[in-house]
Design a protein around this ligand. Sequence first.
Ligand code: ZN
Length: 182
Amino acid sequence: MTAERTAADAFALLSDESRVEIIRAIAIAHSEQEPSNSGPAPLSFSEVYERVGVDNTSKLSYHLGELTGTYLRKREGGYSFTHAGDRIARFILAENFRRPADVGPIETDGSCPYCGETTLEAGVDDQYFAVRCSACDRPVTGYTITPAQTRARSGNTLLEVRLFPGDTTKMGTLPTSGLRQK
Ligand SMILES: [Zn+2]
């Protein structure tokens, strides 16, 4: 009898920088593809090899073998993510293991819905990118932000964020409830 795989077993498979790099490389390759109704196209062995810094093909073959079944599925044509692989790829791309960069304050257009002053400022506060009114110190709008987003984007582009294909979160489209109050 085979013991049921545990979460700790699944995480143990990732305690290797090359395997994390493979997942990151496949995720980035998928994000560069044209969106398709049938989902991202699998990556061939040689496409993965071109994108990672693994020394030789036998090492890559070994690591792909370890990841296949839990994070990757192998089909004719190459490798694609399992559901778990997709989730862990998002975690890796979001850099949720790092601290967010300091961003802001950025002067922002618009007027405060509470006091009417045009003194809105945007900035990163822990895991939120938020617009606050500096006159009455109330939060006006915002959204949760990943550490990768705080690094990869200039302050002004944080006002229109789209990290993954399909995410359409934009400033101004979110309800003001749900923002963290000071
Ligand atoms: Zn105000």
